[in-house]
Design a protein. Structure first.
Length: 114
């Protein structure tokens, strides 16, 4: 799925887990610029790459992150989804869709553990 982004900028909110790191590594390996959006500095991927930009942002501010990007993929979720996490996941998914729509983002892809 990530092989379609050639010479593009790719935003990936928020990325700290195994799926997010996999997507980031695979996308960077294809020469694509990646912006990883995380909620807190401790969630930032431990990757060093000239094509990787890390942005610390709350989901409500994604509209300020997405301009200049062609695609976004969200790997939100946990290893074991819980009812407690459900409201956060819904708010985050809504924020991604709203920011994508407001900034005319071409592609939004999501993954889920649910």
């Amino acid at each position: 799925m990530y092989g379609i982004w050639i010479r593009t900028r790719f935003a990936s909110p928020p990325e700290a887990g195994r799926s997010g790191k996999f997507v980031i590594r695979a996308t960077l390996a294809r020469g694509v610029d990646v912006t990883a959006v995380v909620r807190t500095p401790d969630k930032a991927p431990d990757l060093q790459n000239a094509r990787l930009q890390i942005v610390i942002s709350d989901p409500a501010f994604l509209v300020s992150v997405f301009p200049g990007h062609d695609s976004v993929i969200s790997t939100l979720g946990g290893r074991l989804p819980t009812r407690a996490a459900a409201p956060f996941l819904v708010r985050s998914a809504n924020a991604i869709v709203e920011a994508a729509s407001a900034t005319c983002l071409k592609r939004v892809l999501t993954t889920s553990t649910a």
